[in-house]
Design a protein around this ligand. Structure first.
Ligand SMILES: [Zn+2]
Length: 77
């Protein structure tokens, strides 16, 4: 996902903005991200070859940002 809430500064970060921070400021926030919707723990993945920076989270049950929940929701329709 593209955005996550940082518990250090209570700010919601865009993954690409965070990727542009220097190492020192990234390090201070590493492991301190949660999903904006459910508060599930999120981790930052920096940009790589042909891949944009992103956050990935362990969403709690029923989180609206959980792609798996969407699959189930579609199935039930
Ligand atoms: Zn979530």
């Amino acid at each position: 996902m593209r955005r996550a809430l940082c518990l250090v500064d209570r700010k919601d970060w865009d993954a690409e903005d965070f990727d542009n921070l220097d190492d020192f400021r990234q390090e201070a926030r590493r492991g301190k991200f949660v999903c904006l919707a459910c508060g599930g723990k999120a981790i930052f993945r920096s940009a790589g070859n042909a891949r944009k920076a992103t956050f990935s989270a362990r969403h709690l049950n029923g989180c609206c940002l959980n792609p798996q929940a969407w699959t189930v929701f579609r199935y039930l329709q």
